[in-house]
Write a protein that binds this ligand. Structure first.
Ligand SMILES: NC(=O)c1ccc[n+]([C@@H]2O[C@H](COP(=O)([O-])OP(=O)(O)OC[C@H]3O[C@@H](n4cnc5c(N)ncnc54)[C@H](O)[C@@H]3O)[C@@H](O)[C@H]2O)c1
Ligand SMILES: [Zn+2]
Length: 322
């Protein structure tokens, strides 16, 4: 069962079907409505309808062909259909190639917050084909680069500096630059996930920028800002918080802001009001008993999880309103 959406199906479904034709007795596909605003249980149910109406069983393999939205919903469907069937990720956005397809987190959104309903379920395989990135809109490419920058900032300062010096090559989709970005990102993610698959603590560093970012996405309404854009602005706040807490030199934060601006990503947050940000962030999955824990930078290419006083968080938000 290939799960995709109309945008991606028009571009790549025939090719995936052709590639899989000899492997399976039967190939089915289902198209979900396109967009983050559809990443909820009604859309998930379309997959179960398609599986059940076609008599699928535990021997069925699910293929997710699309970006992170398709991958997250299809992965969750695979995790729960008949208590779990195998699935393969075929990510078609830069963001999904460097991040969401790897690591086995699957989820849908709840009106109260991002990715609050989901499961851990590892894909059998992840196939990143760089050729599909040629059809990606520029705005989506830049959103994916936000997650690439994240890996450098939290885990590998040499990689961060490589991104600084290859920013233009990445923006013009130089294939060697993209290949290195995808490979190094997946290596870093896989190494972190291998040490902490179920996110006790260590894996949470992959969420740098996401506590603020998810609040932007939920606060503005899903689909308004792209996930990667919200993460970019969220990382700026995360770095500013790290400076305020005395954990990093302001120069680290300045370089991050400069790199994100060069990549055409937002470095300011929408004016939702600090109270609204705080109440949205208390629903974050990293919060414990409603105490928000933030991923902070503790050095060049180093991160950790820390609580922070509300007053400091407020100040950081207010300093960065667009
Ligand atoms: N599971 C995880 O660990 C994890 C990690 C990061 C992000 N995510 C999730 O991923 C989602 C964001 O993923 P995304 O940025 O890929 O967004 P997306 O899935 O919405 O894709 C972006 C847009 O690009 C289109 N598209 C996809 N491939 C294309 C191609 N090759 N050419 C032209 N258009 C194409 C899509 O149809 C869509 O309109 C968010 O919901 C986020 O929460 C999950
Ligand atoms: Zn992300």
């Amino acid at each position: 069962m290939i799960v995709t959406n109309p945008t991606v199906a028009a571009l790549y479904l025939p090719r995936l079907r052709a590639a899989l034709a000899t492997r399976y007795a039967r190939l089915l596909s289902v198209e979900l409505p396109d967009g983050e605003e559809h990443k909820h249980w009604q859309t998930l149910n379309l997959i179960f309808d398609a599986l059940l109406n076609n008599g699928c069983d535990r021997r069925t393999t699910v293929y997710a062909l699309g970006g992170g939205v398709v991958g997250d919903i299809a992965g969750f469907a695979a995790a729960s259909f008949m208590r779990g069937v195998p699935y393969v990720q075929v990510p078609t956005t830069l963001l999904s190639q460097v991040d969401s397809s790897v690591g086995g987190k699957t989820a849908i959104n709840h009106p109260l917050g991002k990715n609050l309903i989901g499961a851990f379920h590892q894909p059998l395989r992840v196939v990143c084909d760089l050729d599909v990135l040629t059809s990606l809109p520029d705005r989506e490419l830049r959103a994916g680069l936000a997650e690439v920058v994240k890996y450098g900032a939290i885990a590998d300062w040499t990689f961060f500096e490589w991104i600084e010096s290859h920013a233009t090559a990445l923006l013009v989709r130089d294939v060697d630059a993209l290949a290195h970005a995808v490979q190094r990102s997946c290596e870093i993610k896989a190494a972190v996930v291998a040490q902490d698959e179920r996110e006790s603590d260590l894996r949470a560093v992959l969420n740098f920028g996401h506590t603020f970012g998810h609040a932007i996405e939920a606060g503005l309404g899903f689909g308004n800002w792209l996930h990667g854009e919200a993460v970019a602005a969220g990382m700026v706040l995360g770095a500013a918080l790290s400076v305020k807490l005395g954990l990093i030199d302001p120069a680290v934060s300045e370089r991050l802001v400069a790199l994100l601006s060069k990549l055409g990503l937002p470095t300011k947050v929408p004016a939702l009001g600090a109270d609204r940000y705080l109440s949205l962030m208390r629903l974050d999955k990293k919060a414990v008993s409603r105490e928000i824990r933030f991923v902070v930078l503790t050095g060049r290419g180093e991160a950790a999880l820390r609580p922070a006083p509300d007053a400091v968080v407020r100040e950081v938000i207010e300093m960065h309103v667009a």
